[in-house]
Design a protein around this ligand. Structure first.
Ligand code: PLZ
Length: 448
């Protein structure tokens, strides 16, 4: 293997040297308008020059704290040295052959890692793809082929991607679906568990409500798969009531329905366990993976029961770039870090630190309806005080205030009223506290 010298690490401090955005970023914003499609939007009005750990350095030399990790991707830290070294070495060896044409060891090795790390001790197989949406699509293809059934059940508030099939599976119209139909057929939506808005339903009751809809409107014997995010991601970082996931999984098992966990956002230590299903002891039949798996390089996977995966005819799964060797090298390095550095433990430490802090703020700020989440997948849902009426403007204001101070936080939620935190799991405590100071101030300003 070729060795490549590591770049100088970025110091892990927030530092503003211009207004946000600075002059170079403003220049790029103007250039962008002339050539980048208007449909592609960016949260951050600043352009990144370098990134390291939990710091984004922009083209004007500002250093921002990254509490988004590129939407839960750079969990091992931006440009983790181990990932950089593995990628650099692989690039020097070969960048692409196409696994369907001339295979290589890295693909096989990564599938071995996935078989070992994902929930359950049963025999597993994997297929590697390029993105989360592609992972979800392939899980559906596999479930349909294995069961000979067509129907797919998804949850309200779900997000599964932007391709035609996954748009149909995604709940929210704007901005994901509006004007982009017609959508793929045979996708049926059932109510999720959303404790803040469920009027006290238990997990079992919420599951019974979902199952009732599926059985009445579709019929269990027509359903190939139920696809579930163990914690709703784009839909608002909603942790289902305890018992919801196990009840859905049991119903799926009893009815020959493939239980697919979309762990694209929750996977790889993000929620304080290697996979979010583990919090409830649920072993999915198939898991859709992406984001954190690649340490920053584009990669997705479906891992699952060997009997289901191998029901697909030879040549039925694939794609030119699926399991690209550079992405595999990155994933082998990243997955080793989740284990070596106990990043699930790091996520749990982030959870206790952030929750303690934000719960104290919530006691003083009536716009905060709930502080929730697991591990380093945490959120604050904002409402008009005294009601459950979503307040999207409040979330936008908080995000904007943080950004102006050099802290990147994202929003999410069906109503856009949730401020979410997805810090790299390696964020240093001092830097996290500094970013939380900024966030706390922005939240407290809502009560002022
Ligand atoms: N499943 C659970 O969270 C991607 C999308 C942001 P891709 N989430 C961030 C946006 O606005 O496009 C996601 C997810 C879950 C599937 C996906 C899709 O993953 O890699 O973006 O295709």
């Amino acid at each position: 293997m070729t060795t490549v010298s590591a770049p100088t690490p970025l110091d892990q401090h927030r530092r503003l040297v211009t207004a946000i955005p600075g002059p170079r970023s403003l220049e790029l914003t103007a250039r962008r308008a002339a050539v980048v499609a208007a449909g592609v939007s960016s949260t951050l009005p600043v352009y990144v020059a370098r990134a390291g750990g939990a710091i984004l350095q922009d083209v004007d030399g500002n250093q921002l704290v990254d509490l988004g990790s590129g939407i839960a991707v750079t969990s091992v830290g931006a440009s983790a040295p181990e990932v950089v070294a593995a990628v650099s070495a692989q690039v020097a060896d070969f960048t692409h052959t196409c696994f369907m044409v001339s295979p290589y060891e890295e693909y096989v090795q990564l599938c071995e890692v996935l078989a070992r790390l994902t929930p359950g001790t049963h025999e597993k197989r994997s297929v590697l793809v390029n993105s989360g949406a592609e992972a979800v699509e392939n899980a559906v293809k596999i479930a349909r082929r294995a069961t000979g059934r067509d129907a797919i059940v998804v949850l309200d508030h779900a997000y599964h991607g932007r391709t035609n099939l996954t748009m149909a599976m995604t709940a929210r119209a704007m901005p994901y679906k509006t004007g982009f139909g017609p959508f793929a057929g045979e996708v049926y939506r059932v109510p999720a568990s959303y404790p803040l808005r469920d009027g006290g339903l238990t997990g079992e009751q919420a599951a019974a409500r979902a199952i009732d809809v599926a059985q009445r409107q579709v019929g269990a014997d027509r359903i190939a798969a139920i696809v579930v995010e163990p914690i709703l991601g784009e839909g608002g970082f909603v942790v289902p009531a305890a018992g919801f996931l196990p009840a859905l999984a049991a119903w799926a098992r009893d009815n020959g329905i493939v239980f697919v966990a979309d762990e694209v956002q929750t996977g790889f230590a993000r929620t304080g366990a290697l996979f979010a299903c583990e919090h409830e002891g649920v072993v999915p039949d198939l898991v859709a993976l992406a984001k954190g798996i690649g340490g920053g390089l584009p990669l997705g996977a479906v891992t699952g029961r060997a009997d289901l995966m191998d029901a697909v005819h030879a040549g039925g799964l694939g794609g030119t770039y699926g399991g690209n060797p550079v992405a595999c090298a990155a994933a082998l390095a990243a997955t080793a870090l989740y284990e070596r550095d106990d990043l699930a433990g790091a996520a749990r430490a982030i959870e206790s630190r952030v929750k303690a802090r934000l719960q104290a703020v919530a006691a003083d700020v009536p716009a905060i309806a709930e502080v929730r989440g697991r591990g380093a997948m945490l959120a604050v849902e904002l409402v008009r005080p005294g009601t459950l009426e979503p307040d999207k403007e409040a979330a936008a204001t908080v995000a904007r205030t943080c950004l102006a101070a050099g802290v990147l936080v994202l929003t999410c939620g069906t109503w856009g009223n949730v401020v979410r935190l997805l810090p790299p799991l390696v964020i240093e405590q001092e830097l996290l506290d500094d970013a939380l100071d900024v966030l706390e101030q922005a939240l407290r300003a809502l009560a002022a």
